[in-house]
Design a protein around this ligand. Structure first.
Ligand code: PMP
Length: 304
């Protein structure tokens, strides 16, 4: 099949993705000064529904504020750009990437007077992790998660992801599928682009904000689903050893959804197979994002 044309929303207009080019000296390319979001749309009875659109846009706007970047668009305008991008590309299951950057190629860190551009891309999307259905083998990284005295960990700022990328590269070079990062204090924080959950019987445990995590929207979704199911949810400090002794373990994220972890540092998690609570939550998460759960339908914004 020939490749379909892809449209990018670029500063208020749609452009063919092949025509959207920036100079290699662009500030945000050189210095990682961009900010971004990641959302998904899911097919629901022929329509596309964006999951937790307003929450993602709020985080995008807050990230800009934390980085003192002037977006030039408000919540409503960005939400509508996102919806229109999915529509323009005639997509159903997609990953959506809003990105704001300093669109200026004068050498130098100073951003005073530099133009900010905003783009929204949306691409067809399936599983982020190829091994989602069998589970990941993870390794605790020697790179500690950034902390808020250095970079705003609550922000989806491009530069933050150098930390994530280094951890991920090292984990893969050592034969693992993905890294798990500890906070500077040595508590479990998160994956490179995923939050993490441990399961012990009927209790779900996830690192609290004090571990310098990004407060994931999927994390919040899972906490709400689990509470509805009557599970106990603990947001607290998590010791590294708990990764080795828990019954089940999984990553959560917009891209990762719920991705099981079956080993950490060559130690099996539980039986070494995907556990029952992970399976149930995974199915329930899928029901929620596909509009099969009445309770959480207000999280879905239909596009067409
Ligand atoms: N942590 C980090 C560092 C991330 O980049 C992401 C992906 N946005 C997450 C956690 C998960 O967040 P969400 O569930 O909002 O996608």
């Amino acid at each position: 099949m020939p490749n379909k044309k892809q449209y990018i929303w670029y500063d208020g207009k749609f452009a063919n993705s092949e025509d959207v080019k920036v100079p290699v000296l662009t500030h945000s390319l050189q210095y990682g000064s961009g900010i971004f979001e990641g959302l998904r749309s899911y097919e629901i009875r022929g329509n596309a529904a964006i999951f937790r659109l307003e929450d993602h846009v709020k985080r995008f706007i807050n990230t800009a504020k934390m980085c003192r970047m002037k977006l030039g668009y408000n919540q409503k305008e960005i939400s509508s750009a996102i919806k229109n991008t999915v529509k323009k590309n005639n997509l159903r299951d997609s990953y959506i990437r809003p990105f704001a950057f300093y669109n200026d190629s004068n050498i130098g860190l100073d951003v005073t007077g530099k133009k900010t551009s905003v783009i929204v891309a949306s691409v067809p999307f399936g599983n982020y992790f190829k091994k989602k259905d069998v589970g990941l083998k993870c390794a605790v990284s020697s790179w500690r998660r950034i902390n808020p005295s250095i970079l705003p960990t609550e922000a989806k700022a491009s530069g933050n992801y150098v930390n994530s990328i280094l951890a991920s590269i090292d984990a893969k070079s050592e034969g693992a599928d993905e890294a798990i990062l500890l906070s500077e204090e040595g508590f479990v924080a998160e994956g490179p682009a995923e939050n993490i959950f441990l399961v012990n019987g009927e209790t779900l445990v996830t690192p609290a904000v004090e571990a310098d995590i990004l407060l994931g929207i999927t994390r919040d979704t899972i906490i709400k689903i689990a509470k509805r199911d009557g599970l106990t949810v603990e947001e607290r400090e998590v010791h590294r050893e708990e990764l080795y002794s828990c019954n089940e373990l999984f990553f959560s994220g917009t891209a990762a959804e719920i991705t099981p972890i079956i080993s950490v540092d060559s130690r099996k998690v539980g039986s070494g197979r995907i556990g029952p609570v992970t399976k149930t939550l995974s199915k329930e998460y899928s029901d929620v994002v596909h509009g099969r759960s009445d309770k959480f339908r207000n999280w879905l914004t239909e596009v067409y």
